[in-house]
Design a protein around this ligand. Structure first.
Ligand SMILES: Cc1cc2nc3c(=O)[nH]c(=O)nc-3n(C[C@H](O)[C@H](O)[C@H](O)COP(=O)(O)O)c2cc1C
Length: 174
């Protein structure tokens, strides 16, 4: 008989500019049946009960929101705990030129996390003074296509964790 294993997933996000990243976090949480919290709501003592932790925010001056870094600073070594990261940004992510995911990734790896996925899409941005008169850039984003991409990404994560989980369970009950 197949043994059902309920995964526990936590998504930690901050979304201070236009709530762009919150839209992404919410559709991912729906697919993953995850708890959704802000960094300052996280009780670090409870993190060990989660099978997967997602961290995301808008990109501000080339990196994720500082509250995520402050939270990670408080953690002990996570010994291979699975994590994924996500972001929304004004600019398109371009390798070697605009790699704003790197600082958060580096921080998570330093703390012993295993990163199993990354997601980014554009978000409505009215920050640069030169775009303000035109109502900003990427107006309307994340749009329905971005949200659908976020759902597909979350489904991929779910498959990854479930298949890994069943392998781990099999070994446990051998
Ligand atoms: C203070 C500030 C700095 C920003 N810096 C960047 C940046 O360095 N690179 C980028 O691509 N977008 C930048 N943006 C645009 C945001 O990343 C984008 O609008 C994002 O979708 C905001 O997400 P949020 O609504 O969830 O906060 C910046 C926005 C603000 C307000």
């Amino acid at each position: 008989m197949k043994r059902e294993v309920k995964m526990k997933i936590l998504i930690i996000y901050n979304s201070t500019h236009h709530g762009n990243t919150e839209k992404i976090a919410k559709v991912m949480a729906e697919i993953l049946d995850a708890e959704l919290v802000k960094p300052d709501e996280v009780d670090v003592a409870t993190l060990s009960k989660y099978d997967l932790i997602g961290l995301g925010s808008g990109i501000y001056h080339g990196k994720h929101h500082k509250s995520l870094f402050e939270l990670i600073n408080k953690l002990n070594n996570q010994k291979g705990k699975k994590a994924f990261i996500f972001s929304t940004s004004g600019m398109k992510k371009v390798h070697f030129f605009h790699e704003f995911d790197k600082p958060l990734k580096r921080k998570l790896l330093e703390k012993g996390f295993r990163i199993i996925g990354e997601f980014n899409c554009r978000g409505w941005d009215t920050y640069p003074f030169w775009v303000k008169p035109f109502g900003g850039v990427n107006k309307g984003r994340p749009d329905e296509e971005d949200l659908e991409n976020a759902r597909s990404f979350a489904k991929y994560l779910k498959r990854m964790v479930e298949s890994n989980q069943s392998v781990e369970e099999k070994h446990k009950y051998k």
